[in-house]
Design a protein. Structure first.
Length: 168
């Protein structure tokens, strides 16, 4: 028999059918078959839990690796910025706006115009951006307390399956 949860479930169902056909009388054969199926289920459960734990460990390892790569990327970006500042300093020192090499050139370009806000409270409302967000926590509390909230209702969320590894 192939060891998967579906087949093990089918075995439980077949065992139940056999029990019904035998008038509900539990025989030694029933006990042996039930023990075998429970053993298979225990083994499959352990395999499932181990595999889920392995995937979770790999996800955590990937997360740590991503953090290291982000730090590596940030360090490289900072190095590029420092080199650009140094090149600008050198161009200023020699009084040039551009120098050319055989592979490329380094040039200082005129800065673009930017807006500098001195006091946000004085800026007219027509220049403000607003983002409307629904406060689901507040709606949940209102619905729990019996209030009616137009356009919202309480419903059952997605069930969660937990895998726990027993401590040794």
């Amino acid at each position: 028999m192939k060891l998967n949860l579906y087949n093990i479930t089918e075995e439980f169902n077949a065992l139940e059918e056999m029990l019904i056909e035998d008038g509900g009388e539990i025989t030694e054969t029933h006990d042996q078959l039930a023990g075998m199926v429970r053993g298979l289920l225990t083994q499959k459960t352990d395999n499932f839990v181990s595999f889920v734990q392995k995937l979770e460990d790999e996800a955590e390892l990937a997360s740590q690796h991503i953090k290291r790569l982000q730090a590596y990327k940030k360090a490289r970006e900072n190095a590029v910025e420092r080199l650009k500042e140094y090149a600008g300093f050198c161009l200023d020192e020699i009084g040039e706006n551009k120098i050319k090499g055989t592979l490329g050139e380094i040039a200082i370009r005129k800065p673009s115009m930017i807006v500098e806000v001195l006091d946000e409270s004085l800026v007219d409302a027509m220049y403000l951006k607003t983002k409307v967000e629904i406060n689901k926590a507040a709606i949940k509390e209102a619905l729990k307390s019996g209030l009616e909230v137009s356009g919202a209702k309480m419903s059952e969320g997605k069930r969660s399956i937990q895998f726990k590894i027993k401590s040794v």
